[in-house]
Design a protein around this ligand. Structure first.
Ligand code: ADP
Length: 502
């Protein structure tokens, strides 16, 4: 058995390749960003060719820098930004259109129409989701309706749909030279096209979006001892390594944080925030604006479900301060700037750039900065941006406690924003519970590696993985209960000001 396991993490802002050892420790990694294409307000696209060439480049660079080879890898796992939709020509490998990214709101109207008749309820019951622009179904419909020739090609079986796991897998396994067309249950559960009970595509759901079955990938377990395929010998690995796991990024982080028991939860702070609570093999229906989703399915064991609170804009609000407003030059400066002031100075920032996701689900909301006075500075805005990340998480934690009855005694966190110690302190203050960050902050890639390694027996079982988890740092609440409730009341009021904008 080779000594290491690899993981490709095809994220929203960048793609990375990581190599882990038997203790789950990071051995090597490299990453590249890709362009965020925003042709109109509310539209967000990626170039799938750029994503694939950068994926190939990060794999090659990681191997070169570490001196490792394909033969050192027991298996590879894939994890990915979820919902982002690619449709390509199987014969040429060329995408028909840019990838429509999960944050893109162009299909708001397609989603709203579903809720004006009974179809919305069918989607809720069968998929655990809500009819929203966020999910892939409407994005596929948009491409079928707006890009010439795609519908005919899809019906003939020439056009293939995939989220970026499937696109990456197809290319890694050879593309036009025999690439496999496969996704996993977690990614399929984000399309509005899969029935959570059967874990298969559902003809009635497909009919809602006019999606031909011939364009859809085969759905497989998230960790699969019968590998999806092997890397193409003439591809970036330079050899044949079994690919044995696919998990959507948030589900991968759940596995990386070893949330294997019902009641265990993690919150990932990246472009957006995603809190997932393991609910075991039982599907819990949300009454409070959360989603029901597949957490993972390992081999032929039953699927494990999660309740999910998805927040569209958290770390990307920090990017907005950097790229659009220019008040900071690096994301890390958000902390230095915010530390110049002791509080938010009455200012609240609701970054509803794509409407609001959980628990509000208001497509009609847009960003709002409220409570401004002449006194306020960019430091207050930076502070309010960090607080917005934490207040949105509190909204979701409250919804989760209502739906599940599980009261968190500690919040396990990961993701790029958790490098910001002030933000993590604010999170603990705003929630009133301790916040704990593990040593391996790259839990997304780690989770994909875990699932891949389990499939080939590189790791024995979930207990072995649990023994790897170690705390790096913990933040304890310092605010008084009155301060906490006053701050939260201000936030709720600010949120109400962002509604009814469109
Ligand atoms: P993704 O997987 O969604 O691409 P990452 O986990 O890589 O996201 O996190 C990237 C996000 O984290 C970016 O939106 C960036 O603005 C934010 N970020 C990174 N470092 C910091 C920091 N020190 N303070 C605040 N935000 C940060």
């Amino acid at each position: 058995m080779p000594d290491f396991v690899g993981a490709v993490d095809q994220g929203t802002t960048s793609t990375r390749f990581m190599i882990f050892d038997r203790e789950g420790a990071e051995v090597a990694k490299f990453q590249f960003e890709h362009e965020q294409i925003m042709p109109r307000a509310g539209w967000v696209e990626h170039n799938p060719i750029e994503i694939w060439t950068r994926t190939a480049a990060v794999i090659q660079t990681t191997l070169q820098r570490s001196g490792l080879h394909d033969s050192d890898l027991a298996a590879i796992g894939l994890t990915n930004q979820r919902e982002t939709t690619v449709v390509w020509d199987r014969r040429t490998g060329r995408p028909y259109y840019n990838a429509i990214v999960w944050q893109d709101t162009r299909t708001d109207e397609i989603a709203a129409a579903l809720d004006r008749d009974g179809r919305g309820q069918v989607i809720r019951d069968r998929t655990g989701l809500r009819p929203e622009a966020y999910f892939s179904g409407g994005k596929i419909q948009w491409i079928l309706e707006n890009v010439e020739g795609v519908r005919e090609a899809a019906e003939r079986g020439e056009a293939a749909f995939g989220t970026t796991d499937t696109w990456t897998l197809w290319n890694l396994t050879g593309g036009r030279n025999g690439g496999v067309h496969i996704t996993d249950v977690t990614n399929a559960s984000r399309t509005m096209l899969m029935d959570l009970d059967t874990l298969d595509w559902d003809d009635e759901l497909l009919s809602f979006f006019g999606v031909p079955r011939a364009m859809l990938p085969e759905i497989r377990p998230s960790s699969d001892p019968s590998a999806y395929g092997t890397t193409f010998r003439y591809g970036p690995l330079g050899g044949e390594v079994p690919i044995t796991a696919i998990l959507g990024d948030q589900q991968a982080a759940t596995v990386g944080q070893v949330c294997f028991s019902p009641g265990e939860a993690k919150n990932t702070y990246g472009t957006g925030n995603f809190l997932l609570l393991n609910t075991g093999t039982e599907r819990v229906r949300s009454e409070s604006g959360l989603l029901t989703t597949v957490a993972y399915k390992f081999g032929d064991q039953p699927a494990v479900f999660a309740l999910e609170g998805s927040i569209a804009v958290t770390g990307s609000a920090v990017q907005w301060l950097r790229d659009q407003l220019g008040v900071i030059t690096t994301a890390a400066q958000s902390e230095t700037l915010a530390r110049q002031v002791a509080d938010n100075g009455g200012l609240y920032f609701v970054p509803a750039f794509s409407g609001l996701f959980a628990p509000y689900w208001r497509a009609d909301a847009r960003g709002a900065i409220v409570g401004l006075s002449r006194y306020n500075t960019s430091a207050h805005l930076a502070r309010a941006t960090l607080e917005a990340i934490c207040y949105q998480s509190r909204d979701v934690v409250e919804a989760m406690q209502r739906d599940s009855g599980v009261v968190l005694d500690v919040l396990r966190v990961d993701g790029g924003v958790t490098a910001n110690a002030l933000c993590m302190q604010l999170q603990s203050d705003i929630l009133g519970v301790p916040v704990s960050r593990p040593v391996v902050a790259e839990t997304t890639a780690l989770g994909a590696a875990y699932a891949a390694g389990l499939a080939v027996g590189y790791w024995r079982d979930q207990e072995e993985l649990r023994s790897h988890w170690a705390e790096d740092r913990r933040w304890e609440p310092t605010w008084s209960p009155e301060q906490r409730e006053r701050g939260y009341a201000g936030w709720k009021k600010a949120v109400s000001k962002s509604f009814d904008w469109l």
